[in-house]
Design a protein around this ligand. Sequence first.
Ligand code: AMP
Length: 112
Amino acid sequence: MTIFEKIASGEIPAKLIHETEDFVAFHDNNPQAPVHVLIIPRKCILRVALAEAAHADMLGRMLLASREIAEKLGVLESGYRLVINNGRDAGESVPHLHIHLLAGRALQWPPG
Ligand code: AMP
C-alpha cells in the first residue's frame, strides 16, 4: 500500500478537504504555497503516464473537483495552478498519481 492509499483509507491521518467514492483531496503536509492540496485516486495509479482509458472518467472528475476545492478554499477568483509531476526529472517523490493544487500567492513561471 502506498502512503497515499493509507491516507485515502484513513489509516494515516490527513486534513481531508474533499472526498468521493474513488478519489480524495487533502492538504499537503509540506505546503509550497498558502494553499497546497493533493487530489489522489483512492486506488493507486503509479503515475499519469501509466493511466489507462478506464481511468479517463475519474481523472476528468478529479480535474473538475479542483474547481470546487478552489472555491471552498477561497482561491477560485485569485487563481490556482494544477501540477502533476511524472517521473524523476519532474520531481515525482510519491509513486501514486496526484494532482497538486497550488494557490494563495503569485506563483512563478516557468517553475524551477
Ligand atoms: P510529488 O513530489 O509530486 O511526488 O509530491 C508528493 C507530495 O506529497 C509532496 O508535496 C509532499 O509534501 C506530499 N506528502 C508526502 N507525504 C504526505 C503526507 N503524509 N501527507 C500530506 N502530504 C504528503
